[in-house]
Design a protein around this ligand. Structure first.
Ligand SMILES: Nc1nc2c(c(=O)[nH]1)N[C@H]1C(S)=C(S)[C@@H](COP(=O)(O)O)O[C@H]1N2
Ligand SMILES: [Mo]
Length: 415
């Protein structure tokens, strides 16, 4: 047996016969399409938080120019955020095997010497570091946020947001440089043929193959499919929910009965005691142009009650099927404090004393929608403590985080 070079900087160190331009190009083109979708759906998710409306909504306050594209998130179709965020999380998870295979396929390049042959080459390699580092960072922070309620230092949102911009800038540079050649490679070469010219990815001394290149791609694809099938149930619901083995909030509905659907933070977790939320003591405080009114739950129930079938869709990718909510329209509450006709933005505060999601701002278009409710009932029963009793906000098409539970105060206008 010939000597095996001991340093990864030597081309002969890398022996897999799978590596080569075709294998890398196919994976690269899949990532090109997939990561573009991840970036766009990620930007949409940020816009859906209404960050430009109020500092309490903005999880990334120093965004500066990166917020250039923000727009008023629409209130329909009601499944809008279910779709965009379901795609973001589901696709992100399904692409993990492709990302890992792609990195594995180009590993000899990361070790190649000399580190830089020219200024252009040096710049290309720096952009590659940002690309690889940024890609691993974005996928890791995303998965941790979905799986573990987070463990990183600092908030998930700014890290994932700024990381996305750094990563995407490097990604665009890389895609512009590589896509034409990758397309040519995939169109013109068969997977089992190696490059006619010497290519850094092709091992000069390959080991005998144990699987074909197409076979290896098939394995990567099967891995992606498996992850997809064990995740998307969290966004699809229905019978698929039982297959969502990898989704912490996505599997079986908790408990039974009308309130038996996913709970993000329980009342106990949010520090809401039965005394806080007791109907005798609780009053909803509504403030606006003409002053303040205080309403008990019984008084709210005497106002016109309206229904809307709306889902809850969380940034973590899970969502519920439509639930049948019933309560007072937000725009009717605005009218009580001097806003007939065109309701303004509203600032919503919860009984909860700590935590980033205890308050949220809703835009005028959300308040005006006849399906936007201060819900008192769900599926024909009073709200359970975990779903926000005595009252919660529910707004069509919005991220779950804007559906404040255990509401104490609504302040219309003056945001
Ligand atoms: N007061 C309060 N409201 C809140 C939250 C919270 O932590 N505190 N979490 C929000 C988030 S992130 C989601 S996804 C939804 C989940 O609603 P559910 O627990 O009824 O499913 O509630 C929202 N309302
Ligand atoms: Mo959420």
């Amino acid at each position: 047996m010939r000597d095996h070079p001991r340093l990864p900087t030597s081309p002969g160190f890398w022996r897999s016969p799978l590596r080569g331009p075709w294998f890398t190009s196919v994976l690269g083109l899949v990532l090109f399409a997939g990561i573009t979708v991840l970036f766009v759906t990620g930007l949409l998710s940020y816009a859906a938080y209404n960050p430009d409306l109020s500092p309490v909504n903005d999880q990334t306050p120093d965004k500066g120019l990166l917020g250039f594209y923000l727009f008023a998130w629409p209130t329909g179709p009601v499944w809008l955020y279910r779709l965009t965020q379901g795609v973001h999380v589901g696709l992100g998870i399904a692409l993990i095997p492709v990302l890992l295979a792609k990195l594995w396929s180009v590993v000899p390049k990361l070790f190649a010497l000399p580190p830089a042959r020219s200024v252009t080459h040096a710049l290309e390699r720096i952009s590659l570091l940002l690309l690889v580092g940024g890609g691993l960072f974005e996928f890791t922070t995303g998965v941790l946020n979905v799986q573990l309620d987070y463990v990183f230092p600092g908030s998930f949102y700014p890290l994932h947001f700024y990381g996305a911009w750094v990563f995407f800038a490097a990604f665009v540079a890389h895609a512009v440089l590589k896509t034409p050649a990758a397309l040519r490679t995939v169109r013109s070469r068969r997977p089992d043929r190696t490059a006619p010219e010497p290519d850094l990815l092709v091992s000069p001394r390959p080991d005998p193959p144990t699987v074909s290149r197409r076979g290896a791609l098939g394995l990567v694809g099967a891995g992606s499919l498996l992850l997809l099938l064990t995740t998307v149930g969290q966004s699809l619901g229905g019978p698929f929910r039982r297959t969502a083995l990898l989704a912490p909030h996505g599997t079986a509905e908790p408990g039974g009965g009308p309130n038996g659907f996913q709970i993000n933070k329980t009342a106990a977790y949010a520090g809401i005691t039965p005394a806080d939320a007791h109907e005798d003591a609780w009053r909803l405080v509504v403030t606006g142009r003409t002053g303040t009114v205080r309403l008990s739950r019984a008084e709210l129930l005497r106002l016109p009650q309206h229904s809307a079938s709306l889902p809850i869709a969380c940034v973590e990718g899970w969502s519920t099927a439509d639930q049948w909510w019933r309560g007072v329209r937000l725009r009717d509450l605005a009218a009580l404090v001097g806003y007939d006709g065109d309701p303004p933005d509203v600032f919503v505060e919860s009984l909860q004393r700590h935590g980033a999601f205890r308050h949220a701002a809703l835009r005028a278009n959300q308040v005006a929608d006849p399906r936007a409710l201060l819900a008192l009932h769900v599926n024909g029963e009073p709200l359970s403590p975990d779903h926000g009793h005595p009252a919660r906000v529910i707004v069509p098409a919005a991220p779950g985080v804007l559906n404040t539970k255990w509401v104490a105060r609504l302040t219309f206008g003056e945001l």
